[in-house]
Ligand binder design. Sequence first.
Ligand code: DXP
Ligand SMILES: NCC(=O)COP(=O)(O)O
Length: 245
Amino acid sequence: MSSLRLGVNIDHVATVRNARGGHVPDPVRAAQEAVAAGADGITAHLREDRRHIRDADIAALKALPVPLNLEMAATDEMVGIALHTRPHAACLVPEKREERTTEGGLDIIGGRAHLAPRIATLSEAGIRVSLFVEPDEAVMEAAHALKAPVVELHTGSYCEAAVAGDAPRVARELDRIVRAAAHGAGLGLEIHAGHGLTLDSVGPVAAVPQIRELNIGHALIAEAIFVGLRQAVHDMRAAMDRARR
Ligand SMILES: CC(=O)[C@@H](O)[C@H](O)COP(=O)(O)O
Ligand SMILES: NCC(=O)COP(=O)(O)O
């Protein structure tokens, strides 16, 4: 296994399925295909509004012999579902019903009192907790204080700059990621990253030595429409491995 794991987020397979209210394409089949092509795990975001991944998807995905990273809001409802389903991991993410997609990292400084008991409950159940946060050194300190073993650095700002071709901003945002990863790893946190990554933008993030896992979904599923899911996973895996050479 590579030192850098690939978690494939299959949310948007469910987006296509839900478009017609039926059963195809099946997110579980997508997960099996992704793993067959080299994914190290599956990520699925059970949103409060169930706009894509649904509760039955999580139960079915859990039955697969692959690590399931359940992305979820830090609510009592979702903690209850996680305790019932027992995924390998739970990644706490901020959520607003009106958002098109995740818009930022979890407020783990202002939200400490709300998060601490939920992190403890999930951890005590043997679920590996990660916090989806901004790549910021002070945030790494807060994650460490909350006793979360893993942080996932939000790469959205870096990816937006990359898409815009704004080289100075790309450099600034990448430097934030590099600094946060080094600081967080120095505190003993396991460092993951994700959101918005594409074949074109993944390389510099994959090259950050402290990052142990990338979670990639939308761009990979979009590419799969043209080259097939196995090829899309293979290509992303290859881009990550090239960056680590
Ligand atoms: C937290 C994150 O960046 C994604 O994993 C999240 O799943 C995005 O939400 P959508 O998949 O609904 O766009
Ligand atoms: N946590 C990031 C993730 O799972 C996938 O995000 P995206 O690649 O769909 O933007």
